[in-house]
Design a protein around this ligand. Structure first.
Ligand SMILES: [Fe+2]
Length: 134
């Protein structure tokens, strides 16, 4: 996935945050990125260091966004935060019989589907709400 203007939501801080997520996804999912031996590292998929790196970054990114929305008293925060939670749980690798390679391509597929929908439904909603404030 590459950043493009179609991901803009009307809030520079969120656009930057989403750009960073795409960058981190590409770096971590690249061969060798954040991995201790991929593809035949012998680790349980549930211990995959790539997955842990993505979860750590995404958790911090979401916490930042939720702090901004909470500070603005955005009424759509609960639904927005729930969509963040669902993304984190969907990229959790479940271990055997999940293999590292299959799991990582599934994470890539989940992220490719999730981010455009999340921006469209949730980030833009917050962007519209803030731009309507007096
Ligand atoms: Fe979000």
């Amino acid at each position: 996935m590459n950043w493009s203007q179609e991901f803009e939501c009307g809030l520079e801080r969120f656009d930057t945050s989403n750009q960073c997520l795409i960058f981190v996804l590409r770096q971590v999912l690249a061969p060798g990125g954040e991995c201790r031996g991929h593809p035949a590292c012998g680790q349980q998929a549930s211990d995959c260091t790539k997955t842990r790196a993505l979860q750590t970054f995404a958790s911090r990114k979401f916490a930042f966004e939720e702090r901004v929305m909470r500070g603005a008293e955005f009424p759509g925060l609960p639904e927005h935060a729930e969509d963040h939670r669902q993304f984190l749980s969907r990229i959790e690798m479940k271990g055997p019989p999940q293999t590292c390679l299959a799991g990582l391509s599934e994470i890539e597929r989940i992220a490719d589907l999730w981010l455009p929908l999340h921006v469209d439904e949730f980030d833009r909603s917050f962007g519209r709400w803030t731009s309507a404030l007096p």
